[in-house]
Design a protein around this ligand. Structure first.
Ligand code: BG6
Length: 489
């Protein structure tokens, strides 16, 4: 293949990404406390639909989940049993040649209620074992400190990140992680998809709906507290692990105008500011951009910014910007006129030029090149694609095999566009595909929304042997990594 297509650097971090609540299981083992993710029950009547995760974020539903044996099934309590099978799973990642593996730490394994003074040693030991296992195969751990789950105790006693005290609890937790794992973990992400704080506040910022009167106000205040937490974590990380890199993460949204009507084009700029730039601007540039100050003023949103916060935000900006990317959408000046389809975190306008996945997410590889260029032009700092992949209801054939050419096609097209972006001049340091092994879906709570190169024999009700089976894409990705992206066929 010609050199003009060879953009992946020698140190490119190929690998896969998961989150603790979607894989671990072991929800009540070794002193772990409750996570809100434990309380989201499987809803069989919502097959292949995004469930309204936010419906679960009430005190009543959280309390209902605490009653064990209530006859309901909570998939994230069992995950795919990575808690007991991590060695087997990591061996499979190593066989594919992973250079990097992204997972999160379950905060309530380390601080069961979130506000204890000292951490739970058994919880810390689990991640010691996982990290050591990764290092055994020279796989670089990429650790997300908080992936959509703060301890339920902090949501009940406080109002999640809406309350400033939670920043202190987060910092105690982050410091423990840096001190414990800093000798082995050199890549960190503070919060998963932080731009959810203002759009899906209960989920991203841990706010129970009955605890606040105005969720929009709570969302912006929580976002501010998370920005401060992000910067303080950067400061702490640099002091504790000077040779580490610490990034922030957003869900990468590519938003096109529905037409070339200037009003639609302008609306796509506004949506991009609100959904992508706001978070990147604060965490990568270190200050609140003018458009968001205007938006807050016009919408009566008032946030409390303490003395010293602005200085912290500007002094400690992220080393890299991590992003997830799955799909794109269109927007219009007349939003009520566009047809909607579902997507990551929220629905968006339908694009007649694109096909969708079985779950309605619009497949758009060029949109990845587009958003990479957009973000790199703006921040001029390395980008790390830490989630991308195709959710598909894979079926075993009569030989117990899965021929997932559709997944290979999806990933190949996306990687070609990553390569194009690199050739455009964008600095991309790595690519960790989402769910290299089938896991519980975040947005649908199903097992059948499978992203993996490795099939897990488990159904939506948690039944099955949990055996791991390599799909065709397993061998394909192995070859991609081996050739450093040169051979994508
Ligand atoms: C991202 C999340 O929003 O999308 C992941 O960070 C999630 O946790 C992924 O799993 C894919 O979404 P879903 O709903 O298909 O699992």
């Amino acid at each position: 293949m010609s050199n003009s297509r060879l953009g992946f650097g020698d140190d490119f971090l190929w690998g896969g990404a998961v989150s603790a609540p979607q894989i671990e299981g072991g929800f009540n083992e070794d002193g772990r406390g409750w996570s809100p993710m434990d309380m989201i029950e499987y809803e069989p009547d919502k097959e292949k639909q995004q469930i309204d995760l936010l419906d679960f974020y009430t005190t009543e539903r959280m309390n209902a989940g605490k009653e064990l044996d209530n006859g309901k099934f909570y998939p994230k309590r069992i995950g795919i049993d990575f808690y007991h099978r991590y060695q087997e799973d990591i061996a499979l990642f190593a066989e594919m040649g992973f250079k990097c593996f992204r997972t999160s730490i379950s905060w309530s394994r380390i601080f069961p209620n979130g506000d204890e003074e000292t951490p739970n040693e058994e919880g810390l030991q689990f991640y010691d074992k996982v990290i050591d296992e990764l290092k055994k195969y020279d796989i670089e751990p990429l650790i997300t400190i908080c992936h959509g789950e703060i301890p339920l105790g902090l949501m009940e006693k406080y109002r999640g990140f809406y309350d400033r005290e939670v920043v202190d609890h987060f910092m105690r937790y982050a410091k423990v992680l840096f001190e414990r794992y800093g000798d082995r973990v050199k890549h960190w992400i503070t919060f998963n998809e932080q731009n959810g704080a203002t759009t899906v506040t209960p989920l991203a910022a841990g706010v129970l709906k009955d605890k606040v009167e105005d969720m929009q106000q709570a969302g912006y205040q929580a976002a501010h507290h998370m920005f401060v937490a992000n910067s303080l974590a950067i400061k702490q990380c640099r002091e504790t692990i000077p040779d580490a890199k610490i990034g922030c993460m957003i869900a990468g949204f590519t938003v096109y105008p529905a037409t070339c009507n200037p009003n639609d084009v302008f609306q796509s700029l506004v949506d991009t500011q609100m959904e992508n730039y706001f978070y990147g601007d604060v965490m990568m540039r270190g200050y609140y951009p003018s458009y968001i100050k205007r938006y807050m003023a016009q919408n009566g949103i008032h946030i409390e910014i303490q003395d010293g916060d602005k200085e912290i935000l500007s002094a400690y900006t992220s080393d890299f910007l991590a992003l997830s990317y799955y799909c794109s959408s269109v927007t219009s000046a007349n939003k009520e006129e566009i047809e909607l389809t579902s997507g990551n975190l929220m629905s968006g306008g339908k694009n007649p030029y694109l096909k969708t996945s079985e779950w309605g997410w619009q497949i758009d590889p060029v949109g990845l090149r587009y958003v990479l260029n957009l973000l790199y032009d703006r921040y001029q700092k390395p980008l790390f694609i830490v989630e991308n992949g195709l959710g598909y209801d894979d079926k075993l054939d009569s030989n117990n095999e899965i021929h997932d050419q559709y997944r290979i096609d999806y990933m190949k097209q996306h990687l070609l566009e990553v390569n194009n972006a690199i050739n455009d001049g964008v600095e991309v340091i790595g690519y960790t595909s989402w769910g290299p092994i089938d896991i519980i879906s975040m947005g649908t709570n199903e097992m059948t929304k499978r992203y993996g190169f490795i099939y897990v024999d488990q159904d939506n009700h948690g039944r099955g042997t949990k055996n791991r089976i390599k799909k065709d894409s397993f061998y394909w990705y192995k070859k991609v990594i081996k050739t450093n992206g040169e051979d994508l066929d």
